[in-house]
Design a protein around this ligand. Structure first.
Ligand code: DX5
Ligand code: ZN
Length: 231
């Protein structure tokens, strides 16, 4: 019912393969893969070659979050590299409907990402082509930022829209949250309607402090809080 998707942005890149194997063995559901281009966002991270390199290490879905502009050129490369889901920011695509279609044509699930100030109205005419909605609860570009509380109201609004859509179409769309998710706020975030939780610094930061390369206790802590939220 709830999915935990650690963001490898906060992993130790010198040991990336090990980090991925360990975080999945510790109970994570997905790998969240943050792609930044120093253009759409002021940071530069990893691309399709890294996705291809980690693909053989896990059966877990790879959730590619594109913070790049333009979007379409790179979509087929990520599909070939083994991505399962590809999400993008609508402001970064000149043709949102086309990009959603392109992602699905390449065999991946498609999603839109909403910055804190981006209105949900981008969903109005494209819900039939959307498999996942990702709400940013920080401004994109960096891990380790603080959760923006207004994201809770936005989650409730998105939950209502997606529930209404499911009631009329029978199709379930996932609702993911990204940014500042911790053990102490995940229950409130779940109560506001999220079902999929990205956590970067909360997961990889916790382990690095103690130099333990397993993440069981923090992931168990997140799940314990989710259970309280009324799973
Ligand atoms: C930010 C990224 C996030 C980030 C989350 O632009 O999209 O996925 O890694 O990191 P935390 O959980 O540390 O806020
Ligand atoms: Zn992300």
């Amino acid at each position: 019912m709830f999915r935990i998707a650690p963001s490898i942005l906060s992993a130790n890149f010198a040991k990336l393969g090990e980090e991925i194997t360990n975080v999945i063995a510790s109970g994570a559901d997905w790998i969240h893969f943050d792609v930044m281009d120093n253009h759409y966002v002021p940071n530069l991270t990893i691309g399709p070659m890294v996705c291809e390199a980690i693909r053989p290490l896990t059966q877990a879905p790879i959730d590619v979050h594109l913070m790049v502009e333009p979007v379409d050129r790179i979509v087929p490369d990520f599909a070939k590299a083994g991505a399962n889901l590809i999400t993008f920011h609508p402001e970064a695509s000149g043709h949102v409907d086309r990009t959603l279609g392109l992602i699905r044509e390449h065999g991946c699930q498609a999603g839109l990402v909403f910055n804190p100030a981006t209105p949900l109205s981008y969903l109005d005419y494209v819900l039939d082509k959307v498999d996942i909605v990702l709400l940013m609860s920080v401004n994109p570009g960096f891990g380790g930022q603080k959760f923006i509380p207004a994201a809770l109201d936005k989650l409730r609004e998105a939950r209502a829209r997606l529930d209404a859509y499911e009631a009329r179409s029978g199709r379930h769309i996932l609702l993911e949250i990204d940014g500042g998710v911790k053990v102490d706020n995940i229950a409130a975030i779940a109560a506001a309607g999220a079902d999929t939780f990205v956590a970067g610094s909360a997961v990889f930061g916790a382990a690095r402090e103690t130099d333990v390369h397993r993440y069981d206790s923090v992931i168990a802590g997140l799940r314990r809080e989710l259970a309280k939220a009324g799973a």
